[in-house]
Design a protein around this ligand. Structure first.
Ligand SMILES: NC(=O)c1ccc[n+]([C@@H]2O[C@H](COP(=O)([O-])OP(=O)(O)OC[C@H]3O[C@@H](n4cnc5c(N)ncnc54)[C@H](O)[C@@H]3O)[C@@H](O)[C@H]2O)c1
Ligand SMILES: [Zn+2]
Length: 796
């Protein structure tokens, strides 16, 4: 209020100029804009309006009068023979009809009609590519120099970098080109190349590109052409500059056709249009296509087509009067972050998501944007309350591109990945070196239900044929199945009803059903397949549970060493990690899984449904050497208690209780350094430290007790025997026969030799049978094999 109005607008103009100058430098020189194009355009428009109202403000050096910015990126300078100008802009405004909504376009067209005294002139209409303007100079058909636009008068010599852009011809095709030809156009980065670049950057922890325009400009202005070559850039030509020693056609559109003949890519969207209505029709047509185009565009450009008319119209300070850029709604907008949540995908991947104050981006209301992963949130330092730039282009999910730190409110806190899944409450875990965090609640997490079922039924897991993606969708969507255990409760009627609803929903009800006939064979087959899966092997079952980090080979290791599900599910992580190839993380994942109440219930339900394993046995005697108090103390993380000390303690004190009962004086007598004894005593004085150690100790001793005392025949009745399978067996698959024989200790070989104990010959047995007879090896039929399996498996 103390300021006079005159002061107000002067201050405002100065403020705007400063803001625009800074934005120009960030954008044109550093290729790292801090504000959105929409905000920049808004500032320019406001300054233009002020300068129009107060002409004394409009100095020749005002940013409204100048093109781009003089860059100094360490390149040689190139003076443009003909200046490289900018374009005037037209934006959509409020209005009842097209002439009001697009009044800047209407004025543009009317001005040309009046100046040239011509009705409905013809325009070349083109997409406005969002990249970097460049000029390419050809002498005698050979590319000799390429430059950026710079401030319009002087650009940077980026010839070496441009040579690495495949779309730019190094030599012209045909013969009818002028001896000197300067072609202008836009270097761009296709969206797919931009996405691929960022995907890689995010997984490697590098800085991603803000948008394809910055990608193109930043890549082209690298001092090392090898870097430019690695970033995939594209190019489209849209104009000519200097021409000597030759003629061009009389219109712009025919010149573009010539450029195509000479080997330049010209956008396939380029067309011609007549009068205002033609321009607007093109604007709408490209607007509808915008999301599907392979590159970003920020509008369309209308250019009076004939060169004579162009010359007559001339130029204003920084742009031609015969052309205008008609801008689309911006692809980047500023808004604020109201919350940061995480979304759990079907496979359990946790993706941080910003809930935004709703904002229009490229014509669509955006209220969520992806933050990709925890590293990206940390890199951007996005916080609740922040003002951010969101970008939406094509059909990719809108993303947060950057934070505007100067607009950050006080008392914000950095964001951290929550420790538990918001859907099911299970722990979120992350593998070392991986960008993604995952929910560990595979079986009980509603977000992962479908994937869990598909995995459980998969060929390499429980092998339930016929449980495909479509059925799983319907089973889960209609609430028939929540966990794999529910599969075993389904009746024929459930399946028929489920299919009827799925067909209804998808509109795929077959004619026969409409006529009242119901096919049931498929459902009977499914029920049979589910029933058959009850005869399982333990590794397949463990793999099928979808425990994080448990692949087929880890599942086999668990069974080979621990023997039975009852043992495996009881073991704490400290014990599991003594098994080969099972590190801390995997051990925690397994123990964590079986400790979880929901998972316990699913496993109990599965067993209650009648699933049995043909290959359960005893814990391996080899565990004896590996299990002692030392391994438990090693994981406890007591300060100064190294492997030497823990080994020493384990030799003297077999259990935690004995260790505690002995006390520090005895530990030292046994040889423990007194500093370590002090630390251990302090550690063991906390109940929260002792309880898990004691539990692990008990589990470990139970496990040791369960190891058979003498490694008699029962452990592996077929140990040392080599068996060969040939032909088709009728009651079990060859894989199953192999697994069951191996579980009994046999080696199943692929070819017959003198060492082979016996060959099992099924239907249509081939050359292996001949070989067996030749060598005099025993030949068994399927019944004999089944009898053998029954005899030994029963005893295990
Ligand atoms: N975010 C920021 O901080 C910031 C700063 C400065 C400039 N900018 C952006 O740059 C714009 C101003 O830059 P400008 O002066 O280059 O204007 P402009 O980008 O709006 O228009 C001129 C440019 O359009 C390009 N173009 C694409 N297709 C074309 C075609 N078919 N025919 C002719 N030209 C075509 C050329 O590169 C040409 O130089 C602003 O509107 C803003 O969007 C943003
Ligand atoms: Zn979950």
């Amino acid at each position: 209020m103390s300021k006079s109005p005159a002061h107000d607008w002067r201050d405002r103009a100065a403020e705007l100029r400063e803001k625009i100058e800074r934005a120009n430098h960030q954008y044109h020189v550093l290729d790292d804009p801090e504000i959105t194009d929409a905000e920049y355009d808004q500032a320019i428009r406001e300054l233009e309006a002020l300068e129009e109202a107060h002409p004394e403000l409009a100095t020749p050096d005002s940013p409204t009068r100048r093109v781009g910015a003089r860059a100094h990126g360490g390149f040689a300078e190139v003076r443009h023979v003909i200046p490289m100008l900018s374009l005037s802009n037209a934006f959509e405004q409020e209005g009842d009809n097209d002439r009001e909504r697009f009044r800047e376009v209407a004025e543009f067209e009317r001005r040309i009609e009046q100046s040239l005294d011509r009705r409905s002139p013809v325009f070349s209409v083109e997409p406005k590519l969002d990249g970097l303007a460049i000029s390419l100079r050809y002498e005698d058909g050979v590319f000799v120099q390429g430059a950026t636009r710079g401030d319009g008068e002087t650009g940077e010599d980026v010839t070496a970098n441009l040579r690495t852009v495949r779309a730019i011809p190094l030599r012209l095709r045909g013969t009818d080109w002028p001896s000197v030809l300067e072609v202008r156009g836009e270097v761009i980065m296709l969206r797919k190349d931009f996405e691929a670049f960022n995907e890689r950057a995010r997984t490697h922890g590098d800085k991603p590109l803000a948008n394809p325009r910055n990608g193109a400009a930043g890549s082209l202005r690298q001092l090392d052409p090898a870097i430019t070559a690695r970033r995939k850039l594209s190019f489209y030509a849209y104009a000519v500059g200097d021409v000597q020693g030759g003629e061009l056609p009389q219109t712009h559109s025919r010149t573009l056709a010539k450029l195509r003949e000479w080997g330049f890519p010209v956008s396939p969207e380029v067309d011609t249009a007549k009068g205002f209505d033609g321009l607007i029709a093109y604007y709408r047509r490209i607007g509808e296509k915008r999301d599907r185009l392979p590159y970003d565009i920020d509008g369309v450009v209308y250019k009076l087509d004939d060169y004579e008319g162009q010359r007559a119209m001339g130029f204003v300070s920084r742009a031609p009067r015969w052309a205008i850029a008609h801008k689309f709604p911006a692809q980047e907008q500023t808004t604020t972050v109201e919350a940061i949540e995480i979304n759990i995908g079907r496979t359990g991947a946790a993706t941080p998501l910003a809930r935004l104050k709703p904002v229009q981006v490229a014509g669509v209301t955006v209220s969520n944007a992806t933050l990709h992963n925890a590293d990206q949130v940390a890199r951007l330092d996005v916080r609740v309350g922040d003002t951010v730039i969101v970008r939406r282009a094509g059909d990719v999910i809108p993303e947060v591109v950057r934070v505007m730190p100067e607009l950050r409110p006080p008392h914000t806190k950095p964001w951290h990945m929550p420790s538990h899944c918001p859907v099911c409450g299970s722990a979120l875990l992350r593998e070392e070196g991986e960008a993604a965090w995952r929910c560990s609640g595979g079986l009980i997490c509603a977000a992962q239900r479908k994937e869990a079922l598909i995995h459980f039924a998969a060929r390499r897991a429980m092998d339930i044929e016929g449980i495909g993606e479509r059925f799983v969708d319907a089973l889960v969507d209609f609430g028939y199945v929540h966990t794999p255990a529910d599969l075993y409760k389904l009746t024929l009627d459930d399946f028929l009803e489920m299919k009827r609803r799925a067909d209804d929903r998808d509109g795929t009800t077959p004619e026969t059903v409409k006529q009242g006939k119901v096919a049931t064979k498929w459902a009977e087959n499914l029920i049979d397949a589910i029933e058959a899966s009850k005869h399982a092997t333990l590794p397949r079952f463990l793999f099928g549970l979808g425990i994080m980090h448990i692949g087929e080979s880890t599942a086999k290791t668990l069974v080979a060493w621990l023997g039975s599900l009852a043992v495996i599910r009881r073991m704490p992580a400290a014990v599991l990690r003594v098994l080969p190839d099972i590190g801390n993380e995997v051990a925690m994942s397994i123990a964590g899984f079986f400790a979880q109440e929901g998972n316990q219930k699913v496993v109990d339900d599965l067993l209650a449904s009648g699933i049995r394993f043909s290959d359960e046995g005893h814990p391996s005697p080899k565990l004896r050497q590996r299990l002692n108090l030392a391994v438990l103390l090693d994981t406890a993380g007591v300060n100064k208690l190294g492997p030497k000390s823990t080994k020493l303690l384990a030799e003297h004190f077999p259990t935690i209780d004995k260790l505690i009962a002995a006390g520090p004086a005895h530990w030292v007598t046994a040889g423990l350094p007194s500093a370590a004894a002090t630390n251990l005593e302090a550690f063991l004085s906390h109940d929260k430290n002792v309880a898990p150690l004691r539990a692990a100790d008990i589990a470990m001793h139970e496990l040791l007790d369960a190891i058979p005392k003498s490694s008699s025949a029962s452990a592996a009745p077929l140990e040392g025997q080599t068996v060969v399978l040939t032909g088709t067996l009728s009651s079990l698959s060859r894989d199953e026969a192999k697994e069951r024989l191996e579980a009994l200790g046999a080696k199943v070989a692929g070819s017959v030799s003198k060492k082979t104990q016996f060959v099992v010959a099924g239907e249509a047995a081939g050359s292996k049978l001949d070989k067996a007879q030749e060598l005099g090896v025993d030949v068994w039929d399927e019944a004999q094999l089944l009898a053998l399996l029954a005899k030994h498996e029963g005893g295990a």
